[in-house]
Write a protein that binds this ligand. Structure first.
Ligand code: CTP
Length: 153
């Protein structure tokens, strides 16, 4: 795409999450805890034409690099995404996602009786299965709509 067609500007520094499956950008924002209140500069593109994917979503967060926990959950809901770390307007690092073995502290357990839902200082831990995730404390399995179980801070 030539410069006069650029939809979302390049950013000086921060993180570009590219090749997100169309429709998942809002879930990506939820994982990153971006709700518009924290003052970060964020650009979001949805249903952008893509040679490789037909259509894709893209999220650009300025002045921020992602934690490994955030990357782990992203890889569950957007496994085809590419994470680009931008420094001085250049792509300094490009990370392709891999399925993690476990995700810690980011998903909440849907079982109300689970210890992680009691008023205890216990971090959630889920083992990643082929078709979902399993709570390490109560063995509850979540197969669908993982994004709905993101524990938003
Ligand atoms: N990007 C950005 N700001 C920059 C540099 C890059 O927003 N200063 C964005 C680009 O618009 C692109 C993504 O970061 O969406 C990756 O950039 P680049 O690796 O240059 O693009 P491609 O080669 O097309 O990436 P890929 O091979 O992953 O498709």
């Amino acid at each position: 795409m030539s410069d006069h067609q650029l939809r979302v500007s390049k950013i000086p520094r921060g993180t570009v999450i590219d090749h997100i499956r169309a429709g998942q950008a809002l879930n990506v924002l939820a994982i990153l805890g971006i709700d518009g209140e924290s003052g970060e500069t964020v650009s979001v593109g949805m249903n952008i034409p893509s040679d490789r994917m037909g259509h894709k979503d893209i999220v650009k967060v300025e002045d921020r690099e992602l934690s490994q926990d955030e990357v782990d959950v992203l890889s569950l809901i957007a496994p085809e995404a590419t994470i680009n770390i931008i420094r001085e307007y250049e792509v300094a690092e490009k990370q392709y996602l891999e399925r993690p073995e476990r995700v810690v502290g980011v998903l909440s357990c849907p079982n109300h009786n689970c210890i992680t839902n009691a008023d205890e200082p216990v971090e959630t831990k889920f083992d990643v299965l082929d078709d979902g995730v399993r709570c390490e404390y109560c063995d509850t399995i979540v197969r669908e709509d993982l994004a709905a179980h993101i524990a938003v801070e």
